[in-house]
Write a protein that binds this ligand. Structure first.
Ligand code: UDX
Ligand code: UDX
Length: 425
């Protein structure tokens, strides 16, 4: 199959590389010329385990190409997969301007029958809008099919997720594109879920909203555990063994961040509100998430009431481990609050050197703690769990560790003389 993937971001690039690896002929296009030039020379702009190798292999085999000729590529390929960003606006709704741009190009270039697949996360009704827009712009309904095919990949494990999906969702307006769609992915045992365009859009939002709900539930439970001196890890274990609940997404911590969960939750709320549907549960999920940082700072305040002029090292900048993505990272929100309180902040992250006024970023994990009063672990990178605690202790001035991800062994660091504060302990 000949596929043009529009957008070489996290989703577009990983999808393009895997589709090429499945044997399709893939052209990945982006309006960002610099990005495309780099990709054409083998430079992959994001960190995603295995992605560079997969792109190299498929580029060399001639199945994957990169181009900034967006218009020409959209015109020349029979299957168009849209993976441009849909970032949040100030009011929480989705900014669909990139989607609109792509639709305009499709409408102005289409000559032969095309299947247009929306992979980007878009609010309910968007794919219906695309359909109507193309018809309004004079396109005959026989010339195209619109498909909503949301992506469920997680950054850091994106390739594994695409290769081992637990479902493949296609929203369509008719059965016409289904035969072709079934040839798109190697699905293993994953079931196909065929639904309407809007149904598929809502499956994606419902999934992310449910995951966010589990996390906020975990965080509220951890607060209750804190109040009763109970280790939340035991509660998570007890909950997770019940198959009706499941063990995933029960980790308490600084809250959910990244470019998907927070944005999708606000976009879903916005979509509901437009139809006058109340979202009490979603509101509570967001409210808990929005106060997680405050909760941890209050916790630190019980042992160190005044953070002004204190030197605080924050380990972890990315929104979760295994990625170089720090968009909407709770770690950065925490750092900003520490600065507001007058603390001197040092940071270290294995993937990212944070560029923020009043923050000193270090390339070395151990140097970053020199003379610090407090060490806060904001992202659960594996190397933090395995570090040399006596060296950390000898370099620090104070002895406080606030582990907002419960990722290090409290007993070990207490033996080294630290005062350890964890989640729900
Ligand atoms: C994706 C999805 O598309 C988004 O809807 C989902 O919720 C999260 O994942 P992501 O891959 O993270 O977004 O986006 P980003 O990394 O910002 O990349 C988007 C790419 O599209 C950029 O490289 C941008 O230059 C490109 N783009 C944007 C185009 O090629 N054409 C446009 O008109 C606009
Ligand atoms: C998410 C969805 O998981 C994925 O299906 C969708 O396609 C895109 O959005 P991603 O944003 O890559 O993926 O990250 P995810 O692993 O879901 O983590 C999101 C945030 O939740 C992170 O900040 C993470 O630290 C936090 N989290 C996750 C918790 O606080 N506790 C958990 O138990 C799990």
């Amino acid at each position: 199959m000949r596929i043009c993937v529009v957008g070489a971001g996290y989703v577009g690039l990983t999808t393009a590389a895997t589709l090429a690896d499945f044997g399709h002929e893939v052209q990945c296009v982006d309006i960002d010329h610099v990005k495309i030039e780099g990709l054409s020379l083998g430079f992959v702009p994001i960190y995603e385990p295995g992605l560079t190798e997969l792109i190299d292999k498929n580029r060399k085999d001639g199945r994957l190409r990169f181009s900034s000729q967006v218009k020409e590529s959209i015109r020349d390929y029979p299957v168009i997969l849209i993976a441009v960003g849909t970032p949040p606006k100030e009011d929480g709704s989705s900014n669909l301007s990139s989607i609109h741009q792509v639709v305009e190009i499709v409408a102005s270039t289409i000559q032969e029958y095309k299947i247009i697949i929306t992979k980007s996360t878009v609010p309910p009704g968007t794919n219906e809008w695309i359909y109507q827009k193309l018809v309004e712009m004079g396109l005959d309904e026989d010339r195209f099919d619109i498909v909503s095919n949301p992506e469920f990949l997680r950054e850091g494990t994106a390739l594994w997720d695409i290769l081992h999906p637990n479902k493949i969702v296609f929203g369509t307006k008719s059965d016409r594109p289904i035969k072709v769609l079934k040839k798109l992915y190697a699905r293993g045992k994953a079931p196909y879920i065929f639904t309407s365009l809007t149904g598929a859009e809502l499956i994606k939002y419902a999934s992310n909203a449910f995951l966010a709900t589990k996390i906020s539930f975990a965080n509220e439970m951890a607060r209750i555990c804190d109040a009763y001196d109970v280790d939340y890890a035991d509660i998570a274990k007890g909950l997770g063994t019940d198959p009706r609940i499941g063990r995933h997404f029960l980790k308490a911590g600084l809250g959910f961040g990244g470019s998907c969960l927070p944005k999708d939750l606000s976009a879903l709320k916005d979509s509901a509100t437009r139809k006058k549907v109340e979202t009490k549960l979603l509101d509570a999920v967001m409210a808990i998430n929005d106060t997680q940082i405050e909760h941890y700072l209050n916790k630190l305040g019980t042992v160190l009431p005044d953070l002004a002029a204190k030197q605080i090292t924050v380990w972890g900048v990315t929104f979760k481990p295994g990625t170089d993505d720090s968009r909407f990272s709770p770690a950065i929100a925490l750092i900003e609050q520490l600065i507001q309180k007058g603390s001197h902040v040092h940071t270290y992250d294995p993937m990212v050197q944070l560029q923020l006024a009043d923050v000193s970023s270090f390339a070395d994990q151990y140097e970053s703690v020199n003379h610090s009063d407090v060490l806060i672990i904001a992202t659960e990178w594996e190397q933090f769990q395995k570090c040399n605690w006596s060296e950390v202790k000898s370099r620090m001035k104070g002895a406080f560790i606030l582990d907002t991800r419960n990722c290090i062994d409290g007993k070990t660091v207490r033996r080294e003389g630290f005062i350890y504060l964890g989640v729900g302990i």
